[in-house]
Design a protein around this ligand. Structure first.
Ligand code: 6PG
Length: 248
């Protein structure tokens, strides 16, 4: 089941998403005693992470029971401003009372891309419940690129990150001429809850395509077919090309 959340401003959208995230955290921690979440990098979620580290949201979440993973990482040093973990740490992790032993970073220093992806796969298998051979996250936050990539599953990878041989891949992304580490789509699709967030006119074309089940399969986001609950969080600009008829 999918739900579409549209708000006219980025700020309002992020507050709405933070409120729903905190409710989901409370529910999971009440029911299972923990909340295992994988977070995206990029610009869009930055304010969301900052909101979660402040009232009224910070006290709504029992952070001692939260486990944080990454959806993907740019293979640059931990201290590089482009590093996704650095952004998530600076905006959220260092501002909430989470147990740092419950934070699983995609390593990028003194390690090769392939060693990093292999070690991250083992983290997932050790820390998460495994369903049908795949680790199951409680929650994943995904951004989306204007080219329809999610996590670091870019169009040039064709089906590489979509097959179910691997849990985590290390890839040289042609579009960026850079190495990336990423969860694969089979892991993403097995999450219990997924939020996809997009703001701005630049994302309107890919959002229209992603939400229209009749559109031809051209973007990695269209391989998103989760077994759990999917919610879209988009502002008016990113929603400007969609109509009720093409959202299923
Ligand atoms: C990254 C992200 C990536 C991101 C999209 C959207 O490393 O950049 O993990 O998947 O979510 O590129 O990025 P923006 O939020 O900056 O538009």
């Amino acid at each position: 089941m999918s739900m579409l959340n549209v708000r006219d401003s980025y700020e309002e959208l992020m507050h709405h998403m933070a409120s729903n995230f905190s409710c989901l955290a409370q529910k999971n921690i009440h029911e299972h005693g923990s909340f295992h979440v994988a977070l995206s990098g990029g610009r869009t979620p930055r304010f969301f992470y900052s909101l979660l580290s402040r009232e009224p949201y910070i006290s709504r979440v029992n952070w001692e029971s939260v486990y944080i993973y990454q959806t993907d990482e740019r293979f640059v040093s931990r201290d590089n401003p482009d590093n996704n973990y650095k952004m998530i740490f600076d905006e959220l992790i260092c501002n909430v009372p989470i147990n740092i032993d419950n934070v699983f970073r995609m390593e990028t220093d003194d390690i090769s891309p392939s060693e990093s992806s292999v070690s991250y796969s083992s983290y997932l298998l050790k820390s998460l419940p495994v369903r049908n051979g795949f680790p199951q996250l409680d929650f994943i936050l995904l951004g989306i690129g204007e080219d329809g990539h999610v996590a670091s599953l870019f169009p040039s990878l064709a089906h590489y990150g979509l097959s179910d041989e691997k849990l985590v891949i290390d890839v040289f992304v042609e579009e960026l001429q850079k190495w990336r580490i990423s969860l694969t789509m089979p892991v993403i699709n097995r999450a219990k809850n997924i939020f996809v967030v997009a703001v701005g006119n630049g994302k309107s074309k890919v959002i229209k395509h992603a939400l229209d089940v009749s559109s031809p399969h051209v973007y990695p986001i269209q391989s998103l077919n989760p077994i759990g609950h999917l919610e879209w969080y988009i502002d008016d600009e990113a929603a400007s090309l969609i109509s009720d008829t093409n959202f299923q």
